[in-house]
Design a protein around this ligand. Structure first.
Ligand code: ATP
Ligand code: ATP
Ligand code: MG
Ligand code: MG
Ligand code: MG
Ligand code: MG
Length: 281
């Protein structure tokens, strides 16, 4: 390596490695999508094509990064979850976040014409995303994080569905609809939807009510648990309790082979996690 008198500037770089043994969640969010959804005339309250595009981009990210366990998306945001034993980029926060944000954005922009063939992207209004990494010390708190996002999805969707019914079907202005909904609770909104517009909120599409969960489905579930069990044993026998490079590579290969699926299901109750024990193991 050539040394120059300028080398010392390296010392100004601060380490940003995330804590070992913690779940890492990288949440990305569309920048100014309120405006962007106006510009490209997304359907209100939910443009299905925009959600499908978000999900397609999330699948690309999951396929590109086998260290990811699961992802959850709603509106213009997506949360990507790395396993506690992930060693990608030595767990450096900036590397993880920027890789996810740019992989997601590249895929989103590249696949835009598939989902919006009639709306070419305008160079002056390109979709972009910001991102951050947060660490969660155990599986319970990680699940609470996921539940928090899904509850948010439900609350926002019920509000938005009622708001846009008042505007689009009830002929109210945005300001009038907002006033009408001030101080209302869930049951009031359900009642407005049903009595004024004949909408039973329960019958709304699952993707709108529950958001989207993306994860690896193993055809060879038994093979996966056998491999995980042997790897866990191997890790426990090591002084550091960490997987060796070869073991990590083995795990990655297994993950790479798995099929990535998108579902719109409840992730708050235990059922989802109990049926897919490999996710939190
Ligand atoms: P910021 O840059 O701070 O995130 P933002 O305008 O993106 O600002 P958000 O709180 O992220 O604000 O909200 C995203 C907005 O994008 C929603 O409120 C909604 O108006 C719009 N949006 C996102 N996805 C869809 C969709 N599938 N259909 C219709 N509108 C959508
Ligand atoms: P990492 O993911 O760790 O950054 P990398 O393969 O991107 O790995 P870099 O150290 O960033 O490694 O080096 C970028 C490499 O990309 C260069 O070594 C060179 O081989 C190639 N490259 C970049 N720009 C050009 C270019 N304009 N013309 C030819 N080769 C290029
Ligand atoms: Mg934001
Ligand atoms: Mg946003
Ligand atoms: Mg958002
Ligand atoms: Mg490079």
């Amino acid at each position: 390596m050539a040394n120059s008198k300028y080398e010392y500037v390296r010392l100004f770089e601060q380490p940003d490695n995330l804590l070992p043994e913690t779940w890492i969640v990288v949440r990305i969010d569309g920048r100014g999508f309120h405006k962007l959804s106006d510009k490209y005339k997304f359907e209100k309250p939910n443009d299905r094509r925009a959600l499908d595009l978000m999900n397609a981009a999330a699948v690309s990210v999951m396929k590109d990064l086998p260290d990811l366990i699961i992802a959850y998306g709603v509106s213009d945001e997506y949360s990507f979850v790395f396993h506690p034993n992930c060693q990608l980029f030595e767990r450096r926060s900036a590397k993880l976040v920027t890789t996810i944000v740019s992989t997601f954005t590249a895929s989103y922009v590249c696949q835009w014409p598939i989902f919006f063939p009639d709306k070419p992207l305008d160079l002056s209004s390109l979709p972009t995303f910001d991102g951050r990494a947060v660490q969660y010390p155990n599986a319970k708190i990680l699940r609470d994080y996921m539940s928090w996002r899904q509850v948010d999805c439900h609350i926002n969707n019920l509000y938005n569905t009622t708001f846009w019914s008042l505007v689009l079907k009830g002929g109210m202005s945005n300001v009038e609809a907002e006033k009408e909904l001030q101080g209302t609770v869930s049951s009031d909104k359900n009642e407005i939807l049903f009595s004024r517009f004949g909408i039973n909120y329960n019958n709304e599409a699952e993707i709108y009510k529950k958001g989207s969960v993306v994860y690896r489905q193993y055809q060879l579930e038994d093979q996966f648990s056998a491999t995980t069990a042997s790897l866990t044993q191997a890790a426990e026998s090591q002084p550091s309790g960490e997987l060796s490079k070869t073991q990590q590579e083995k795990m990655r290969k297994l993950r790479r082979k798995a099929q990535v699926v998108v579902e719109h299901v409840d992730i708050i109750k235990d059922d989802f996690w109990q049926r897919r024990p490999w996710l939190l193991s």
